[in-house]
Design a protein around this ligand. Structure first.
Ligand code: PEP
Ligand code: MN
Length: 262
């Protein structure tokens, strides 16, 4: 907490991108890595629009065991290759400790998903690595619980933690979750760690992503993580909340414009 460390934590990735510094960082890509062709099309498009961190799930925490579960380690290697061709970094979710060595080898940022925010053994394990960790807020967790989970990672030796607000469960059903935009302000007050927003999993609707991204910049989040798909209607997961590349480009232009007046 800020009681122990006043200076903001700035995380520098191997491709030079800094999180927690002056730049508003946009991580983007498909919900799930589905094939090499799909990943290449999306990665090239988002890179073209200025994104330098590629997101994509290869181990997917799906509600139904019959839904697409991800390409696994093969998908992780695929992400690495596609990202290297484009000079991008990658962020991808680790669900269990059994794959931690492969994630340390291939990923630039290890994502801990909302459903694992309080998987304390997993937090301790990633805390023993030197890889930056993206810690999503749990579906029904308080800000204090979220920060204590970050503390688990840091207490194990890894201080490179990025917090991610991705919407919480409320009584409201119109959106998939309720984006707690004020959580960004709370974290800025309470913690030295960078904090980003995931408008995609918060809203669950692509129509809201651009404006929620602008709102994230307005509250001075350190960045966003956004789902993009070139054929959302055919996506194997989260198509309804995925932006098409053209919309993503438009969003990036509006973010750029807003950043000049803030
Ligand atoms: C994701 O980023 O693909 C994901 C599953 O997110 P969350 O853990 O926030 O639901
Ligand atoms: Mn998703």
């Amino acid at each position: 907490s800020k009681a122990f460390k006043q200076d903001p934590t700035i995380i520098t990735l191997k491709n030079g991108v800094q999180i927690g510094g002056d730049e508003f960082v946009v991580m983007s890509g498909p919900c799930s890595v589905e094939s090499r062709e799909q990943l290449e099309i999306i990665a090239k498009a988002v890179k073209e629009s200025g994104s330098r961190i590629l997101r994509g799930g290869v181990f997917k925490p799906r509600t139904s065991p019959y839904a697409f579960q991800g390409l696994g380690i093969e998908g992780l290697k695929m992400m690495r290759e596609v990202a290297d061709e484009l000079g991008m970094a990658i962020v991808t979710e680790l669900m269990g400790t059994e794959h931690i060595d492969a994630f340390v080898k291939y990923a630039d940022i290890i994502q801990i998903g909302a459903r694992n925010m309080q998987n304390f053994d997993l937090l301790k394990a990633v805390g023993k690595t030197k890889t930056p960790i993206l810690l999503k807020r749990g579906l029904s967790n308080t800000i204090e619980e979220w920060l204590m989970s970050a503390e688990y990672i840091m207490a194990s030796g890894n201080e490179q933690v990025i917090l991610c607000e991705r919407g919480i469960r409320t009584f409201e059903k119109y959106t998939r979750n309720t984006l707690d935009i004020s959580a960004v302000l709370a974290v800025r007050e309470l913690s030295h760690l960078p904090v980003i927003v995931d408008p995609s999993h918060a809203a669950g609707k692509w129509e809201m992503i651009e404006d929620l991204s602008l709102a994230s910049l307005a509250v001075r989040a350190d960045g966003i993580i956004v789902e993009v798909h070139h054929e959302p209607e055919k996506a194997l997961s989260d198509g309804a909340q995925s932006l098409k590349p053209k919309k993503f480009e438009q969003m990036m232009e509006r973010l750029e414009k807003l950043s000049t007046v803030l």
